[in-house]
Write a protein that binds this ligand. Structure first.
Ligand code: 8OZ
Length: 367
């Protein structure tokens, strides 16, 4: 029986333990460039088996929030190199989460203040964060325009370019494709946001096409063994909804199986909320079994509301990695604290988004 504290391989990534820092948006990168405090923040948490960065835009079109980082400019890549160097100096492993928000954006953040893009011209009933003069506010997302099919190869290309630059220039150990939480790829997957009548809408095969094209392009760019993907079958985050999630995600993981990915990262239930949703039942064990049955060898990473005992239970049941979110914000030494059964620092949600070192790099580690 393996424990949370035993090493494991996820594709090409040799991880010191099975505890993963989940991707966490922090809005501390003005002009989409990480600051030096970001290197400090991730390096403080380098004892995780794997760090997944906050969601990071692959293009300006992929931006949906103020002060979130990007991967599409030299300055951004150079700043990320300082982060990966700091993490590697502490013996850690770090992948960057590749993000295109799709319709979850605002004209203020888009190239030439244009409309955000989406599978269909349907606004998401959700908010984004705009920061003006250092003050964050939650505002409605803007009405999107439907992408023309001729624009999709350019988006696929942006993912592959961002992945290649992330590994070759910024020094990341790999990448995670953000296929979750109601952002672009999840918008294409799900019936609530995808009303297209072309090859990218309608059937499950068509709705999954963009996500699979992106994943193949990214694995071609950096290798399957350095690529993970995050999925959220039933989250209501950002107005996500699908009529038949079990069949949809069963198809998706079967198609992902031959790509030899490092890992599949699954958010169970509502992102950051309840693990069980009465109106959205889902069998995660069946999903993992479908992936394994299709020959999928990647590590199976689970996330959402885990504590130590639930995480140990998950490993017993066949999951390989457990991602912790908010506990990693307030506990830079979470791995040690879990191992020793130490008390965890509480998090302050007032400092989750925006600001500087307070609530970011100043949570104490054990002496
Ligand atoms: C919280 C605030 C803004 C963005 C996600 C990238 O839910 C996010 C996000 C979370 O995946």
């Amino acid at each position: 029986m393996s424990s949370l504290f035993d090493p494991v391989k996820a594709g090409d990534l040799a991880l010191a333990n099975r505890i993963v820092m989940a991707p966490l948006t922090r809005n501390r990168s003005p002009n989409a460039v990480p600051r030096d405090i970001t290197a400090t923040y991730y390096a403080q948490r380098a004892s995780a088996g794997l760090l997944i960065t906050e969601a990071t835009a692959i293009s300006q079109q992929g931006q949906g929030y103020s002060d979130v980082p990007g991967l599409y400019g030299t300055e951004q890549l150079d700043a990320w190199k300082k982060v990966t160097d700091a993490v590697h100096a502490k013996g850690g492993k770090i992948v960057v989460q590749l993000w295109h928000v799709g319709r979850v954006s605002h004209t203020d953040l888009q190239p030439d203040n244009g409309k955000p893009v989406a599978p269909s011209a349907i606004a998401a009933k959700t908010k984004t964060v705009l920061i003006k003069n250092g003050v964050p506010s939650f505002v409605d997302t803007s009405e999107p325009r439907a992408l023309d099919a001729s624009e999709l190869p350019g988006i696929v290309h942006s993912y592959a370019t961002a992945a290649r630059n992330a590994v070759e220039t910024a020094g990341f150990d790999g990448v995670e494709i953000h296929g979750a939480n109601g952002y672009l790829l999840d918008q294409f997957l799900k019936t609530g946001s995808n009303h297209r009548t072309d090859d990218y809408g309608g059937s499950i095969q068509n709705r999954a096409r963009l996500l699979l094209e992106v994943t193949r392009a990214v694995t071609d760019a950096v290798g399957g063994g350095r690529t993970g993907i995050r999925l959220s079958p039933v989250t209501p985050a950002n107005d996500a909804h699908d009529e038949h999630p079990q069949a949809l995600f069963d198809y998706v993981v079967k198609q992902l199986a031959p790509l030899n990915l490092a890992y599949i990262h699954v958010i169970e239930g509502a992102t950051g909320g309840p693990r069980e949703l009465e109106d959205r039942p889902f069998d995660y064990e069946a999903l993992r079994a479908a992936y394994r049955q299709a020959g999928g060898k990647g590590a199976w990473m689970v996330n959402n509301g885990y504590d130590k005992s639930l995480a140990e239970e998950a490993l017993k049941e066949g999951d390989d990695l457990v991602a912790f979110g908010k506990p990693f914000i307030s506990n830079p030494d979470l791995v040690r604290r879990l191992r020793e059964g130490a008390t965890l620092n509480a998090w302050d949600k007032n400092t989750f988004y925006g600001g500087g070192e307070a609530g970011y790099t100043d949570y104490p580690a054990l002496a």
